[in-house]
Design a binder for this molecule. Structure first.
Ligand SMILES: Cc1ncc(COP(=O)(O)O)c(C=O)c1O
Length: 464
């Protein structure tokens, strides 16, 4: 644009008697009802005015506004429709709807993908967690330690086995369990009872029996120190890998990369449709290397029976449908490629948002993790305004999660209060998840970035 010129985007409407100042930009499709000052940018149907961004910023206001969904679940299913329909035909042909070869095949394939000896298909990630706690012999009244920055299913599963929830805060960079906070809790707020060989929480006198690190947003928790603490105090570790299919962790202790879900005594995966590996309905799996745990989880998912109508224990109806298993097998063949696509999109987001780093905190991958970007979560001040700005441009966003678990009404009885987990609370008030799915197109991603930049350019940068 030459000095003194104005850029008016196609399809924009400037009402009569309205003036557009020098060097101003009117975005395509904008409706301008107020005078536009010099050097301003106007965008959106409501004709919002923004300060002009820094020179050199790559902006494409003149491109046609594309609608960008937060998640596109239609395209991958359309692409795989023929194979997915074959699974249905097969199930209709033999009426094998529960269990059977399709479930067994998927269990083998997913165990192999993860690198665990066993995979037990169940009907949700929540059940996978619950069955893992039960199989690990966590008893009612005992404490399971986890983080307050996770989906409520993590803690629902704890309560559903009659255990008590204890929270420790997260690390501000990775949004996963802070091993130092875990150490503080275990070393200082608990004591080891040598005679019983158990760790006891001093305040409640309850036994602490397990830790659940959550590999949130597709990035693993820092497992070396967590496993070391678990070892020291004889605690069971159950990984919540519900958002981390295929994520990797570099164990500095062992000098090797390990997949999410292979490091604890057991791990839980969710195959909820929007997950990196999603079914076309509810599904999940509990993975382990421990044969006894696998056997027990199989019994628990099937009314406590290993042989039909011989019930050793009371269990649940928590089996995996064979059609879901068949669909998961089809999709599993694409998971590595989809994860790679997510990683590339994430790196492109990082690069494109590099100039906005004083206002937008992008996800940080610790050197010991290879994330699979289930979500691409940024942090900004006034995130509701950013969401509204993006929504106006037809861009979907999400918040994962707005209210930390320790402040949820459902957990009022735990007695936590505001200020107990400052990192979680700060993070929860600033996070916004941007569109992230393997089929996200470069022009759609650019549109998201341009709208984010447009938003931050109109605000005073906050230095962190
Ligand atoms: C971190 C986490 N844990 C547990 C779950 C529970 O999985 P499901 O919805 O399959 O029960 C989810 C699913 O959203 C999750 O994101």
């Amino acid at each position: 644009m030459l000095p003194g010129e104005r850029l008016i985007g196609s399809g924009s409407m400037i009402l009569s008697n309205i003036t557009v100042g020098e060097n101003a930009i009117v975005g395509a499709g904008s409706v301008v009802a107020k005078n536009v000052p010099a050097n301003a940018v106007v965008a959106g149907k409501s004709g919002k005015t923004f300060a002009i961004p820094k020179r050199g910023d790559e902006l494409t206001y003149m491109t046609k506004i594309t609608k960008v969904p937060f998640l596109d679940l239609v395209t991958p299913h359309q692409e795989l429709k023929a194979e997915l329909m074959q699974v249905v035909e097969k199930a209709l042909g033999n009426a094998g709807f529960i269990g059977g070869p399709m479930v067994e095949d998927f269990e083998k394939e997913f165990a192999e993908f993860c690198g665990t000896k066993y995979c037990v298909g169940v009907n949700s990630g929540t059940d996978a967690l619950r069955f893992a706690f039960m199989a690990a012999d966590v008893k009612p009244g005992e404490i399971i330690v986890t983080v307050p920055h996770t989906f409520i299913a993590t803690t629902e599963a704890i309560s559903q086995v009659g255990a008590h929830i204890a929270f420790v805060d997260i690390d501000e960079k990775t949004y996963t369990m802070d091993p130092e906070k875990l150490r503080e809790y275990l070393d200082e707020r608990c004591r080891f009872d040598q005679s019983r060989g158990k760790l006891i929480e001093k305040a409640s006198n309850r036994v602490v029996s397990a830790i659940v690190p959550v590999h949130l947003y597709g990035q693993t928790a820092d497992m070396d120190p967590i496993l070391e603490l678990a070892d020291k105090y004889h605690l069971v570790v159950v990984e919540d890998a519900c958002q981390a299919h295929g994520a990797e962790y570099f164990s500095r202790k062992e000098g090797i990369w390990k997949k999410a879900g292979t490091m604890g005594r057991a791990s839980a995966f969710s195959f909820y449709p929007g997950k990196n590996l999603g079914a076309c309905g509810e599904a999940g799996s509990a993975n382990t290397d421990d044969e006894a745990m696998a056997k027990r989880m199989k019994m628990i998912r099937d009314h406590g029976q290993a042989k039909k109508y011989y019930h050793d224990i009371e269990g649940y109806n928590g089996r995996l449908d064979s059609i879901q298993a068949g669909w998961l097998s089809v999709k599993l063949r694409h998971l590595a490629r989809w994860n790679e696509s997510r990683r590339q999109l994430a790196h492109r987001y990082h690069e494109l948002l590099a100039n906005s780093r004083d206002s937008v905190v992008v996800p940080q991958e610790a050197e010991w993790t290879k994330g699979v970007y289930h979500l691409y979560v940024v942090r900004v001040q006034d995130r509701e305004a950013l969401q509204a700005h993006l929504a106006e441009a037809g861009i979907g966003t999400g918040i994962h999660y707005p209210i930390p678990l320790h402040l949820q009404e459902a957990y009022r009885q735990l007695g936590y209060k505001k200020g107990d987990f400052p990192v979680t609370e700060r993070v929860a008030s600033e996070i916004v998840s941007l569109p992230m799915f393997p089929q996200l197109q470069p022009n759609q991603q650019l549109e998201v970035v341009n709208r984010v930049r447009e938003f931050v350019a109109a605000r005073v940068p906050t230095v962190r």
